[in-house]
Ligand binder design. Structure first.
Ligand code: ADP
Ligand code: MG
Length: 273
């Protein structure tokens, strides 16, 4: 089965490879509202997937379910064959999934460098015998990568919105994830900042060594409304509407998909007009 149609069918494989992430029947209710409604999709190793949909479609809720911030009412989330459902967020980070959230929530009084070190102090890192010095070095490399190393000793409350977005990415990549999930990374960024971020994302995706950090090339799920950036950098796009996945395809297929145009792109055109 091709990755293109896996929004609706069982896809144990994506592009002929075993899936890195496999989400099946994922459901989350808030009272009477079904925010995520029986969602099925897979992400292959080293695949860059975009997730779009109108406000309130359930995108951020889906991310929080994968990251263990919210508990699903039904369904499964397998990462490299292992069930994530029910695991606490730090164990999910240990297994190699890291994310940034739509609303940035740093430790406001801690220096930037400490904000980046905290997620690296998880058991996986300790088991590897990494000392605080080594974690600090990695955190510095992550800040360097995110372009905010000159702010390492500033408290987080001093940062601008664009800098906070970059701090979030530094925090996520310092844990050296295999799957990186970015919830609206371009939100509130100006065009110059957005261009820089798009380039950084491409570099992470291609992999390589960033100082002491090493990446084989991360798989990513990127949510954003800025389709001009998103559609340029992803391999495949999933579209959510009222909690359901309504389409999956290449960027070219998605912009022509009737339901997508109706549910989402139509409105975006109106907004631009
Ligand atoms: P998106 O990220 O696609 O804009 P969300 O996942 O944030 O959408 O929200 C999906 C729906 O779930 C919305 O109707 C939203 O109001 C609702 N929702 C999100 N979080 C909560 C919550 N903690 N409690 C109640 N309703 C929520
Ligand atoms: Mg959201």
């Amino acid at each position: 089965m091709s990755a293109r149609s896996d929004a609706h069918g069982p896809a144990r494989e994506v592009h002929g490879r075993a899936a890195l992430l496999e989400v099946r029947g994922l459901t989350k209710r808030f009272g009477g509202l079904v925010a995520v409604d029986g969602v099925d999709f897979s992400v292959a190793p080293h695949e860059m997937v975009g997730l779009i949909g109108p406000n309130g479609a359930g995108k951020s809720t889906l991310v929080k379910l994968i990251m263990g911030i919210l508990r699903p009412d039904a369904g499964s989330i397998r990462f490299k064959g292992r069930e994530l459902r029910g695991l606490p967020p730090w164990e999910i980070v240990n297994l190699g999934v890291a994310g940034t959230f739509q609303n940035t929530r740093p430790f406001r009084r801690l220096p930037i460098i400490a904000n980046v070190m905290v997620p690296c102090l998880a058991p996986r890192a300790r088991r590897r015998g990494e000392w605080v010095k080594r974690i600090e070095a990695k955190a510095r490399d992550a800040l360097e990568f995110a372009g905010i190393s000159d702010l390492a000793l500033e408290p987080a409350y001093q940062l601008s919105h664009g800098e906070l977005k970059r701090l979030e990415i530094a925090r996520a990549i310092a844990t050296e994830p295999e799957l990186l999930i970015l919830d609206e990374p371009f939100g509130g960024l100006n065009p110059t900042e957005s261009d820089l971020l798009a380039k950084s994302i491409r570099r992470l995706y291609k992999g390589g060594r960033f100082g002491r950090l090493h990446s084989e090339g991360m798989a990513m799920i990127i949510i954003d409304h800025k389709l001009s950036y998103l559609l340029r950098i992803v391999d495949r796009v999933l579209v959510m509407h009222f909690g359901r996945l309504i389409a999956s395809g290449t960027p070219e297929e998605i912009v022509r998909h009737p339901e997508v145009v109706e549910a989402y792109l139509g409105r975006e055109e109106e907004a631009r007009a």
